[in-house]
Design a protein around this ligand. Structure first.
Ligand code: HEC
Length: 430
């Protein structure tokens, strides 16, 4: 009797969910495909990062149970912001009704239904997500990725040959082989910056201790799930005449020798921008995480010395990264949590775009707090017996809160991050 009433209850729930989708039993063509088109096919289609393809019934059907589990646990679509803080323009978390539809479909035997009910197939722009680039800078030759072993970060320098300053509104980096590319970061190295001086353009190299240390300005990056940098009209990043693009390439061997030839595409602003967008970082390179520590805290902060508007945030840690938080402290003492990522996942380097830019008067401080799990309970931990410090390889650690701000077009990065010096001849207080 008891059993019977339980199963009646189960049936009632199932039909409720189906009723919500307007049919007696959700079917692939009518109910499921629209959800997949809108939320999943950007990655789950041939040639993209999602290893299985949710484009038709045949390729989706075997994954019905896995889909149910992935959406119920909110493992998919990848989105890690705690909904309690901040509103994000690129929030891709799935609506409750869509989760119900996918779950009811899997529970109801993953029925196909009639192809006549299917929405038209979505056509995705192949190649560049930003549209046709004005300029493409590509590695002159492919990088040879070995079948096994650890591959150091490599760098390749691509001269822009720009003879005038350029304002970049859209930028995208693309590997040619997503199976072995862990990430690409494109930096701008302005003329006179000694970073990696002496390296031959176009030839990938792993810097040695003799290479000049330093860094350029972050321009755009690729990792599975990243969206390219697309700025609003009136905003752009500055690439000065004579600059080089420095690509930082991180490949991971996957058992088969492979090749990759990365490239970046740029689209210039159609008119001089009102605002310059600059990527900054609140980073801490001085930590040491004790072996076995399951919740080691690291903090970082940076003060901004010009008025700015915050556009996006990107937490960056490696395999021991556990959680990450961005806060703002305004000059009047008010503080606010901007982004909380309670379960950080190294596989996803996600940018969180604010729905509305946040005004930050000069003097505002961005603070970040991260925790690391260096215990044996962290399944991603390469070695819980080691003390861990800052380093570039994924078994070292990083603690970087990247963020983009928009400032007046004539403000430079140094104006933002360096405290103002009193002007010569100034008597102060005037
Ligand atoms: C931004 C890209 C992206 C989006 C959007 C996305 N996925 Fe995925 N998905 C991936 C990648 C990459 C993997 C394989 C790596 C992994 O499991 O993290 C994956 C794995 C999966 C898996 C296998 C999980 C497992 O445990 O093996 C399922 C099921 C899945 N996705 C379902 C979905 C569904 C359903 C949606 C939409 C509601 C979706 N994904 C949206 C990129 C994406």
């Amino acid at each position: 009797m008891r059993l019977l009433s339980l199963s009646v209850l189960g049936f009632a729930c199932g039909s409720l969910a189906a009723a919500a989708t307007g049919s007696s039993q959700p079917t692939f063509h009518k109910d499921v495909l629209p959800v997949l088109q809108k939320n999943c096919q950007s990655c789950h289609r041939p040639g993209e990062a999602g290893p299985m393809h949710f484009t038709d019934y045949k390729s989706t059907r075997p994954w019905a149970k896995a889909i149910k589990q992935a959406v119920q646990t909110r493992k998919m679509p990848p989105w890690f912001a705690d909904p309690a803080h901040g509103k994000f323009a690129n929030d891709r978390s799935l609506a409750e009704a869509d989760i119900k539809t996918l779950v009811a479909w899997a529970d109801g035997g993953a029925k196909e239904g009639s192809p006549k009910d299917a929405p038209p197939a979505v056509t995705f722009a192949e190649g560049w997500a930003i549209g046709k680039p004005d300029v493409v800078l590509e590695m002159p030759a492919a990088f040879e990725v070995p079948a096994s072993g650890t591959i150091d970060y490599h760098y390749v320098i691509l001269p822009t040959n720009f003879t005038e300053d350029k304002w970049v509104q859209f930028a995208e980096s693309r590997p040619s082989n997503r199976a072995v590319c862990h990430h690409i970061i494109a930096f701008v190295r302005e003329p006179g910056n000694p970073w990696l001086k002496g390296a031959k353009p176009g030839v990938p190299f792993a810097p040695d201790h003799k290479s000049e240390r330093g860094m350029g300005e972050f321009l755009t990056g690729y990792a599975p799930g990243t969206i390219p940098n697309m700025l609003k009209p009136g905003q752009a990043k500055l690439v000065k005449a004579g600059s080089d693009i420095v690509l930082q390439l991180h490949y991971t061997a996957n058992g088969k020798a492979a090749q990759d030839r990365a490239k970046i595409g740029l689209i210039f602003a159609k008119e001089p921008p009102r605002e310059r967008v600059i990527t900054l970082a609140a980073a801490n390179n001085e930590f040491e995480i004790p072996p076995g520590d399951a919740n080691y805290r690291v903090d970082s902060k940076i003060q901004l010395h010009e008025d700015s508007n915050l556009i996006l945030m990107l937490p960056h840690m490696h395999l021991r990264g556990k959680d990450f938080q961005f806060r703002v402290k305004f000059p009047d003492g008010r503080t606010e949590t901007l982004l909380n990522v309670p379960r950080y996942d190294f596989n996803w380097q996600l940018s969180y775009y604010l729905a509305e830019p946040l005004k930050m008067p000069a003097g505002t401080i961005i603070e970040c707090t991260a925790h690391f799990d260096n215990s044996a309970n962290n399944p991603a931990n390469p070695d819980p017996k080691k003390a861990i410090r800052f380093g570039e390889q994924s078994w070292d650690e990083m603690m970087i809160g990247f963020f983009d701000v928009a400032v007046k077009a004539d403000v430079g990065m140094m104006d933002l991050v360096r405290p103002k010096q009193p002007k010569k001849g100034s008597t102060g207080g005037q």
